[in-house]
Design a protein around this ligand. Structure first.
Ligand code: ADP
Ligand code: MG
Length: 619
């Protein structure tokens, strides 16, 4: 028997490798475009004919290649970007495997022209199916042009497998967008069938998104910005009101590379929870920057799937970033707080952090149950009586727009404007003149601000307050026991099983419930401010909600519990409120992250400006 094992000819092994890298014209466009970015280009042209079947050409003004490099770049595993295995951990370039050009050249006719800045003459290489047909000096401008003609001319099976021109062109454009969206500073031009299809000048990110997806995107975008030690997140999310039933534009990038990551997608959706209907999709363009050693991009040849070493924390940070961006947007746009033109507000210095307001809670204080002096207190940490605010608002004058009680600027904006002054004090305990609040229809709190009337739905607002307070407790583990406790709870056998499952989530929200045996439980403490309610009925409603929603994660379970509990315990419409109760709701509502919407998605308030009022009286 003769020996039968043989080495494959290079052309065949390259074709096999090409199967992984080059599936369709779009893969060629992607690889060529990535190389231009790695080459430091600032102007890039993409030329397409017949959806890439007959031609894909990419021209750049990047660093170019020497004559030797031009020859080398078509060798498999020839790369300038990686030398040792250790370099893999700190990779910053898009390519690093040195496979793309070799693979492309094995399944197409390639014409490469390239010149380095300092060279007088460039190099032209013509290759067909790995075979070098010609290799000549050429007069060409600095940078590189790669023409890929007749893709799969020597692999008919692959050619037949391609879809319609419309689909293939769409794939190419998808790849193009993923690169153009990461590099708004780079100018791109796309030609299709000799016509300009996209002309994208160097721009900022917002302008780039608008240039690609249309001018109507300008009004849809909310900026996201979150910096932490582990990851920096920036970019834009779409306003909730523009969420659509069909999947819109959803882009994640990690260290300048487009990625798919269903887990992070879920984090964004969780950030949007309550604000968009369940079957709608949010739009987002989110950019994560993190230490390359925290990413493993090597798990998939086309590199869109990546792993993070600590994806749980990234999930939490991302969700918080989205929520915060939404909260800020809602607060600054929904409320009609007017700002005086003459105000001299110190701008936020670079690197300056924004301090979150803290609500101090007196655990024994329950505005709805006890006759006690009401002491609204909204304060910043490190507070001091020396009031930065006083000078800001002009000495002894009240805050712009309203009496010296609640600042009539949106809270988030106010915090931002004031920055993290150590001495900043927003202490409202002293000298607070009464708020101009009153109740109508035993259901709505009306507040008068400088240029508008605000109507607050007491029930939805209180639901929002309780909901956020419970979720806050989950971090602080702060519970109280009150005179109404303990309360015994009893359930059917299967509800008791479910209940056992939820005890830790209840506890995280401030409800200390323990099992007593025989399907009996006892509720020993509750979060402050929850007040009297039918706890047995409330917990039963929670179980119903959990059964309907089947949440997998603890976070989701806690949100459902808090939502349901808030609904049960909130003050109802139709209940007359005392002045302190109205003040409490008003104060606490605006300390919430998302004051203008109830946890169940209902608006908590609306604003009628005096201008609108005036219009009503116009003949
Ligand atoms: P990789 O990008 O993984 O290194 P490629 O096969 O895509 O592998 O490219 C091989 C090498 O050719 C690159 O490492 C780079 O040095 C060079 N190269 C490719 N395209 C360009 C370009 N447009 N400009 C300058 N150099 C390039
Ligand atoms: Mg490459």
């Amino acid at each position: 028997m003769p020996d039968i094992i043989r080495m494959l000819p290079e052309s065949v092994s390259n074709q096999i490798a090409a199967g992984e890298v080059v599936q369709r014209p779009a893969s060629v466009a992607k690889e060529l475009l990535e190389n231009t970015i790695d080459a430091g280009a600032t102007e890039i042209k993409l030329i397409i004919k017949d959806a890439g079947r007959t031609l894909i050409q990419v021209i750049d003004n990047g660093c170019g290649m020497s004559e030797r490099d031009a020859r080398m770049c078509f060798e498999r595993h020839a790369t300038s970007k990686l030398q040792t295995a250790n370099d893999l951990l700190s990779i910053r370039t898009l390519g690093f495997r040195g496979e793309a050009l070799a693979s492309i050249a094995s399944v197409a006719q390639v014409d490469l022209r390239t010149k380095k800045t300092d060279d007088e003459i460039g190099t032209q290489l013509i290759i067909e199916g790995t075979e070098v047909k010609s290799h000549n000096p050429v007069s060409t401008s600095t940078g590189t042009s790669v023409q890929v003609k007749n893709l799969f001319y020597n692999v008919p099976a692959r050619r037949n497998f391609l879809k319609s021109n419309t689909s293939e062109l769409k794939y190419i454009l998808d790849e193009f967008f993923r690169i153009a969206l990461v590099h708004p500073d780079i100018a791109f031009t796309v030609y299709n069938q000799d016509k300009v299809m996209f002309q994208l000048p160097s721009a900022n990110l917002r302008q780039r998104i608008v240039a690609i997806f249309g001018t109507n995107y300008n009004q849809k975008l909310i900026p996201v910005q979150q910096q932490t030690g582990m990851v920096n997140i920036s970019g834009f999310i779409g306003k909730p009101e523009f969420a659509r039933k069909k999947r819109g534009e959803q882009y994640f990038f990690a260290n300048g590379r487009f990625i798919r990551n269903p887990y992070l997608h879920h984090a964004v959706e969780a950030g949007f929870m309550e604000l968009i209907p369940k079957d709608s999709y949010p739009t987002y363009f989110l950019y994560l920057e993190l230490d390359p050693s925290n990413i493993d991009v090597n798990i998939h040849p086309t590199k869109t799937e990546i792993n993070f070493t600590d994806s749980k924390s990234i999930y939490a940070i991302l969700q918080a970033a989205v929520r915060q961006a939404l909260g800020k947007y809602n607060l600054t746009t929904v409320l009609d707080f007017e700002q005086e033109q003459s105000m001299d507000i110190p701008p936020l210095k670079p690197g300056q952090t924004i301090r979150q307001p803290q609500i101090t809670v007196n655990p024994d204080f329950n505005p709805f149950e006890k006759k006690q002096e009401f002491q609204p207190s909204l304060r910043f940490e490190n507070q001091d009586k020396n009031s930065r605010l006083a000078s800001w608002s002009g000495g002894s004058q009240a805050l712009p727009g309203q009496a010296g009680t609640i600042p009539s600027l949106p809270l988030a904006e106010l915090i931002e404007k004031l920055g993290d002054e150590k001495n900043l004090s927003l202490n409202l305990e002293s000298e607070s003149p009464p708020l101009p609040l009153f109740q109508i229809a035993n259901s709505y709190i009306v507040a008068e601000t400088s240029k508008s009337l605000m109507f607050i739905d007491q029930q939805s607002a209180h639901e929002r307050i309780l909901y956020e307070e419970m979720l806050e407790y989950s971090k602080e583990e702060h519970t109280v026991s009150s005179g109404i406790l303990p309360v015994s709870l009893w359930f059917s056998a299967d509800d008791a099983l479910l209940m056992n499952d939820l005890l830790s989530d209840f506890l995280a929200l401030g409800f200390d419930i323990s099992e007593f045996g025989n399907n009996d439980f006892v509720l020993q403490s509750i979060p402050a401010d929850l007040g009297h309610t039918d706890f047995h009925g409330a917990v039963e409603k929670v179980l119903e909600a959990i059964k309907n929603d089947h949440p997998g994660k603890s976070v989701a379970k806690q949100q459902i519990i808090a939502k349901s509990m808030a609904r049960s315990a909130a003050v109802k419409r139709g209940k007359p409120l005392k002045k302190e109760e109205m003040e409490s709701i008003y104060q606490k509502l605006f300390a919430c992250k998302m004051p203008e919407i109830s946890p169940n998605g209902k608006p908590t308030l609306f604003v009628l400006s005096f201008d609108e009022l005036l219009k009503k009286f116009k003949p």
